[in-house]
Write a protein that binds this ligand. Structure first.
Ligand SMILES: Cc1cc2nc3c(=O)[nH]c(=O)nc-3n(C[C@H](O)[C@H](O)[C@H](O)COP(=O)(O)O)c2cc1C
Length: 192
């Protein structure tokens, strides 16, 4: 399978980067082809502005968006790796979705309402958090993290099978716990 990994963390020495490297290696070892779009390294322009809206309307998309859409089309599997910042993705990733998943590419409207146009079989969302799992479970906060991207974006755009995995307390856990998390990441490659 072709797998596009969209990565949003500014620090190349972060735990998120270790997750990216681990998953990429495991996917390739399973025989999949991967492409990594490291949004900070690409200096992706993240703000959907007035010019973008006008160009969307005319169907005259800028080259940076066409480039991203080509990569999304190339893939049958999508992966998103990012830290949770204020209960959501870094603004750069939110802006990537705003600008790339536009009408007539990711979705369209029909008489029955919105219709997803993406054909991907699978998507995987990997999050890291400073908070602890017990609190997120008790307060049902994990739903707030998962559902906007898993259902509001990917599900709505037609992606059939979306798996969500959060790693808690990554800022305070032991090196052994982090290693165990990376082992879990490696095992997740089998989803594709
Ligand atoms: C701007 C910002 C907002 C954050 N918001 C949250 C949050 O809402 N919930 C949480 O559990 N952790 C939050 N954190 C902690 C990050 O999730 C944590 O630092 C990150 O997952 C650690 O991964 P890293 O070592 O790869 O950076 C936040 C951190 C930053 C910098």
């Amino acid at each position: 399978m072709n797998v596009l990994i969209v990565f949003a963390h500014p620090n190349p020495r972060s735990f998120n980067r270790a997750i990216l490297d681990t998953l990429d290696e495991a996917l390739r070892a399973c025989g999949h082809a991967t492409r990594i779009h490291d949004l900070y390294q690409m200096r992706f322009r993240a703000v959907l502005d007035d010019d973008d809206l006008a160009r969307n309307w005319r169907g005259d998309l800028p080259d940076d968006i066409l480039h991203e859409q080509e990569a999304v089309r190339w893939a049958q599997g999508l992966v998103f790796i990012y830290p949770v910042w204020w209960f959501g993705p870094p603004a750069l990733l939110k802006g990537w979705i705003d600008r790339v998943f536009v009408r007539k590419f990711a979705f369209d409207f029909s008489a029955d309402g919105m219709r997803g146009l993406l054909q991907h079989e699978k998507a995987l969302i990997l999050n890291t958090l400073g908070g602890d799992a017990a609190t997120y479970s008790r307060e049902r906060w994990e739903e707030l993290l998962m559902r906007p991207l898993a259902e509001g974006v990917l599900g709505a755009c037609g992606v059939r099978d979306v798996r969500y995995q959060a790693f808690y307390e990554v800022t305070s856990c032991s090196p052994a716990t982090r290693q165990a998390m990376l082992d879990e990441v490696r095992a997740l490659a089998a989803l594709f």
